[in-house]
Design a protein around this ligand. Structure first.
Ligand code: PEP
Ligand code: MN
Length: 270
């Protein structure tokens, strides 16, 4: 029986987001911040903490893809302004999600990388609009989408003329009742086999549980992920969205130490 080769460690040229190299096989990168921007004070506290612990890029939602009409829908334009002000203060890049085609012009003015969320992975008009915006793109796997469809959606972005694309494993719905989603470690290795694109692991949505986030991030790195996107909040118990899966800021230094040691163990620059 022949054995399949392990995902390649070939370093691709990749792309840069505000001085941070995002490349398949490149140095580990960490994107961190709260699920949603809730206020200037909340966002700044989260950003200062992740910056001082060594995160490379900030994240935060201004337009939130909520399934429930009762959930916090995001601050919209004000959220974009808060993220930009804090990112500039720290000289960092910021990643945020475009929920609709209408959001894309404002997001392009304020953000350095645009996220396409799980619920929109195969939304072609949105893919086209985000590709046309000319910003690097973080494309998340749909919650029940096969890996091949994620790779095809990423190929659409490249086909639309934007090659600065990273793909993200964020867990799938499974029959496990104790988890919001189950992080698909195999999919990370499969994404490396099927595409030359940088792969990001999202251990926050990938588990839905703060107490599992660090283990899931480490497993993702060991499986070949190039980067991590993780939710961090100064007061998770008071968060307006996803507090149950957010790391408290005081745990983030230990999180970074742990993922860096795994990255080093699998021969990755940190
Ligand atoms: C998020 O990153 O906050 C988010 C809503 O992610 P997903 O699209 O994976 O649910
Ligand atoms: Mn979230």
């Amino acid at each position: 029986m022949s054995t399949a080769s392990l995902p390649s460690r070939r370093v691709d040229a990749g792309f840069e987001v505000v001085g941070v190299r995002i490349a398949s096989g490149g140095p580990l990168f960490v994107v961190a911040g709260p699920c949603s921007v809730e206020s200037f004070e909340q966002y700044r506290a989260a950003a200062m903490a992740v910056h001082s612990a060594g995160a490379d890029l900030l994240r935060g939602g201004a337009f939130k893809p909520r399934t429930s009409p009762y959930a916090f829908q995001g601050l919209g334009q004000e959220g974009l302004e808060i993220m930009r002000a804090v990112a500039d203060e720290l000289s960092m890049g910021v990643v945020t999600e475009a929920l609709t085609v209408d959001d894309v012009p404002a997001i392009t003015r304020y953000a350095d990388m645009i996220q396409i969320g799980a619920r929109n992975m195969a939304n072609r008009p949105l893919l086209q609009a985000v590709a046309d915006a000319g910003r690097p793109i973080l494309l998340k796997r749909g919650m029940t989408a096969p890996v091949e469809e994620l790779v095809t959606a990423a190929e659409s972005l490249v086909g639309f003329g934007n090659e600065a694309v990273a793909v993200c494993e964020r867990g799938s719905r499974t029959s496990e009742p104790s988890l919001r989603n189950t992080l698909d470690i195999t999919a990370i290795a499969e994404m490396k086999l099927l595409s030359g694109l940088p792969v990001v692991v999202d251990p926050s949505h990938g588990t839905g549980r703060t107490d599992l986030v660090q283990a899931a991030a480490c497993a993702g790195i060991a499986a070949g992920a190039d980067g991590i996107m993780v939710e961090v909040h100064p007061h998770p118990a008071r968060a307006l969205s996803d507090g149950f899966q957010s790391l408290p800021t005081e745990d983030f230094t230990e999180f970074m130490r742990s993922v860096r040691s795994i990255a080093a163990a699998v021969g990755r620059e940190t």
